[in-house]
Design a protein around this ligand. Sequence first.
Ligand code: ZN
Ligand code: ZN
Length: 113
Amino acid sequence: MLEEGDIINLPKKLLKAIKAGNVRKFYKSSIWQAIRKQVLIRDNHECQKCKEKGKFSKADCVHHIKHLREFPLLALVLSNLISLCNSCHNEEHPEKLKKYRAGQEEYITEERW
Ligand SMILES: [Zn+2]
Ligand SMILES: [Zn+2]
């Protein structure tokens, strides 16, 4: 079991991929899949934002509190990761939603995978 605060080193090739904007490569990596699972177990597969408001929602994704593209070194740090439902997740990414509404980009939640 991983402990809160553990820093798992991001393999160089994944760091490079994120910096190059290829976040998909990161989300498909087995190391991310393993960390993601840990976070979901830690959070009981429950959306942590809904929980704060006293609501229960099943978590749909694991979100980077400090966004992946801006803070790639925190990509695998458990304290930077939180389980969220889709609607709370959308609120955390107004930038994506705006683009989506403007029809510029298909809205996909990479963090779901
Ligand atoms: Zn929620
Ligand atoms: Zn997110």
